[in-house]
Design a protein around this ligand. Structure first.
Ligand code: SF4
Ligand code: SF4
Length: 144
């Protein structure tokens, strides 16, 4: 099991990519508290996210449509303190194990939904929502 034998920095690109469970929580619109720097989640998704599958509609060309989309790499993982507690990158960086519902353990991506980790069914698209109304969509559950 490469995730038990290697550090994040030692992983190949495909290994690194396979750690993502597809929960979709990092594709939600986030706000930053000006005073504390705390990152606050909303249940609005990036306009490019398919809210039914939590897959990016154009991952290859996403930078064209969403210039601030983040590509996480091994080098800068520490910058992403806001990642959900369930996120494999965070778990492994903190020396924790992958949970039983993770697709690399269960062998089935559906377990992410069954365990209530996925954002599927809990979100709506940001499209059509006015910027000043985004605060109305603040939620806590994506942190978990
Ligand atoms: S929060 Fe982590 S596991 Fe979930 S989609 Fe984002 S990178 Fe993947
Ligand atoms: S562009 Fe795609 S990968 Fe990036 S935040 Fe939006 S949906 Fe997620």
């Amino acid at each position: 099991m490469f995730w038990e034998e290697k550090t994040l920095n030692q992983m190949t690109e495909p290994e690194w990519e396979s750690l993502c469970d597809g929960c979709g929580k990092c594709c939600l619109i986030k706000l930053e508290d000006e005073d504390t720097g705390e990152v606050i989640f909303t249940n609005l998704s990036c306009k490019l996210l398919n809210v039914k599958t939590c897959q990016c509609n154009d991952y290859t060309n996403r930078a064209k449509f969403v210039p601030d989309c983040i590509k996480m790499t091994q080098k800068d993982i520490k910058q992403y303190a806001w990642l959900p507690q369930s996120c494999a990158y965070r778990l492994l960086d903190e020396g924790k194990k992958l949970p039983d519902w993770h697709p690399l353990i269960s062998g089935d991506p559906k377990t992410v939904v069954e365990a209530g980790i996925s954002a599927i069914g809990k979100i709506e698209t940001e499209e059509g929502v006015e910027e000043e109304d985004v605060v109305d969509y603040i939620v806590q559950w994506p942190k978990i």
